[in-house]
Design a protein around this ligand. Structure first.
Ligand SMILES: NC(=O)C1=CN([C@@H]2O[C@H](COP(=O)(O)OP(=O)(O)OC[C@H]3O[C@@H](n4cnc5c(N)ncnc54)[C@H](OP(=O)(O)O)[C@@H]3O)[C@@H](O)[C@H]2O)C=CC1
Ligand SMILES: O=C(O)C1=N[C@H](C(=O)O)C[C@H](O)C1
Length: 257
């Protein structure tokens, strides 16, 4: 399995490189960073400028992207040109970009998930189940991440909120509340609060609260290491081999649907 890693010098890129190196069935044929990055020329395999991506794409079985929304979309467009399957772990896409990704996925198979861990993908299922069972309980989501994270809320928290909203028969666009401040009045019954904490080197924690009269449920996932996301990304790349074009997620890869 020959893979390309975009964002190779980043936190996730480095974790994926070490998972790939430990796997005898995986060969990294390209490790890319943006043009002008101080990482160009470093490491094994050597980190190359993203402007060289199309030189390597024809030899790859899959491209794994953990960069930023704009560059992920550019890399996806290049992969489409060469019909190479793509794993997108990058988060923070706006709706217009998500629509573009869905359109491109009509031509090539794409796995896109804000969280590649087994635990969080099970958490999505649990939240759906609990929200459906107790739709009148207050739902709040708190996510904690390291102080270098650029997007908020995390892609995972956004997805948890979407799943919870759907579970209670609402659209997250109508019920999502992102942070609170000032004399805001009492809580609306249907709102789903999403709070973001940025501190130190926290890898990624997500808690979903369901609070009702005299009790609450807290469903928490804590990632101890980025290796869990990296292993998931490599598993998704392998899973994509021979798949029909389409937009898949980690629940497809992990057969949780
Ligand atoms: N789906 C999942 O399971 C997970 C998703 N993520 C998501 O993955 C993304 C990356 O996270 P993380 O690794 O922590 O972030 P980092 O900032 O550490 O890594 C991103 C890397 O991509 C580089 N980069 C930026 N633009 C380009 C480009 N045009 N071409 C190639 N490389 C580029 C960055 O360079 P520079 O720093 O110099 O800008 C950086 O080295 C985020 O969106 C994050 O939310 C993270 C963990 C798990
Ligand atoms: O940026 C990160 O670090 C993480 N991002 C993902 C997200 O936005 O949900 C997943 C994970 O929690 C780590």
């Amino acid at each position: 399995m020959k893979i390309i890693i975009c964002g190779a010098a980043g936190r996730m890129g480095q974790a994926i490189l070490s998972v790939a190196k430990a796997d005898e069935n995986v060969q990294v044929v390209g490790a890319f960073e943006y043009d002008g990055s101080s990482a160009i020329g470093s490491g094994t395999p050597r980190v190359a400028p993203i402007s060289d991506l199309e030189k390597v794409l024809p030899q790859a079985d899959a491209l794994i992207d953990f960069t930023s929304p704009d560059s992920a979309l550019k890399n996806l467009k290049a992969a489409k040109k060469y019909k190479i399957p793509v794993v997108i772990g990058t988060t923070g896409f706006i709706d217009e970009q998500k629509n573009e990704i869905a359109e491109i996925a009509k031509s090539i198979p794409v796995v896109m998930s804000p969280n590649m861990s087994i635990g969080v993908n099970l958490l999505f299922k649990l939240v759906d189940e609990v929200a459906k069972k107790i739709p009148d309980y207050d739902i709040e989501i708190v996510e904690l991440h390291h102080n270098k994270k650029k997007d908020a809320p995390s892609g995972t928290a956004a997805k948890l909120a979407e799943v919870a909203a759907k579970g209670i028969g609402k659209k997250i666009e109508s019920v999502g509340v992102y942070g609170r401040h000032g004399i805001i009045g009492t809580r609306n019954q249907d709102e789903i609060g999403v709070m973001s904490v940025r501190a130190g080197d926290i890898v990624g924690d997500h808690t979903v609260y369901f609070a009702g009269p005299g009790e609450r449920i807290e469903l928490t996932h804590r990632a101890h290491s980025r290796d869990t996301f990296a292993a998931g990304a490599v598993r998704a790349a392998k899973w994509l081999k021979g798949k029909q074009p389409g937009l898949y997620d980690m629940q497809d890869v992990l057969e949780l649907k």
